[in-house]
Design a protein around this ligand. Sequence first.
Ligand SMILES: CCCC(=O)SCCNC(=O)CCNC(=O)[C@H](O)C(C)(C)COP(=O)(O)OP(=O)(O)OC[C@H]1O[C@@H](n2cnc3c(N)ncnc32)[C@H](O)[C@@H]1OP(=O)(O)O
Length: 327
Amino acid sequence: MSALRFRGVALEVTPQLEYRCRKSKMALCGVGRPLLQKTHRALGCFSKKKQTFSYKANGFQEEDIRKKLQLFPGGSIELQKQESGIAVMTVNNPARMNAFSGSMMVELEERVCELESWTEGKGLIVQGAAGTFCSGSDLNAVRAISNPQDGMKMCMFMQTTLTRLLRLPLISVALVEGKALGGGAELTTACDFRLMTSDAVIQFVHKHMGLVPGWGGAARLVRIIGSQNALKLLAGAKKVDPNIGKQIGLVDDVLTVDEGSSLVGTERWLSQFTKGSAPVIRAIKKVVLSGKELSLDEALTTERNIFGTVWGGPANLEALELKTKHK
Ligand SMILES: CCCC(=O)SCCNC(=O)CCNC(=O)[C@H](O)C(C)(C)COP(=O)(O)OP(=O)(O)OC[C@H]1O[C@@H](n2cnc3c(N)ncnc32)[C@H](O)[C@@H]1OP(=O)(O)O
């Protein structure tokens, strides 16, 4: 499957769409684009135009923010795209418990951009290096940009990036080992699922720092665990261990030691959802996302459009051919 770029945004060209366009002798840019645009627009899918607009509406230029963030280097964001269709993204700054330096924030955006164009992808694991998840913003950078203007820039940049991360057409899971604190806890909420090892802790420590979440973590948390539980976690800066996490619905599963390495265990866990054809898995993520984020009417329209991309497609035809029984 290929991708075409429209105003710098990668759009997925499904085999069905290509086939339909070829059959009707119309170029992709003629027939394909409106359908793709409609679907992607309805999903709020990563329209660079939209993001630029929101940056500008707040008086910021994305490039200025990048330059500012690059002044605070250290660590990296690693990305490994595997043949299996599962990518592993690693927050890597072990000397600072994987805290996010400014350059890591910029790298995170670049990796998300890369994943947006990865049309073969089905799943994503987000983990921290060296057995711990992420301790939030690098406090050295935080101190240096503690004025409201710079804080807003950083917040807007991370909010936009994490929104794009959550909206990737990949089924994503945060593998939480060790600690996920502050912005690290917020990062876990930008994944579809969260798995914890038995000794791990997720803690929205913002209150103790005289802050509230700013990377979109509060908005997402409310949608995951409801406003009552979110209020308790944020106002109490409560430590969430795997038991509490499962009780309140923040955590989907606990990885036990006999599953071998946590990453292998997470890959195994995720593969129950990523087995099968990439276009179908990606379409499933898109219909769920549209159901979650759009009004019912918009979601129904989007669902129809996405349905049209898999109907009569290779996986559908193969299943019909095999006379698949669902026993
Ligand atoms: C909108 C975003 C809001 C935010 O994210 S604000 C940031 C929230 N995070 C924090 O406040 C984390 C503060 N750190 C801690 O509580 C502890 O360091 C932590 C993570 C529990 C680990 O404790 P320990 O295992 O005892 O290890 P440690 O304290 O000796 O840390 C090892 C080295 O890592 C450093 N570190 C940890 N978290 C950091 C951070 N966020 N920014 C910058 N440096 C950080 C820590 O200073 C220490 O460095 P060093 O060895 O003293 O040079």
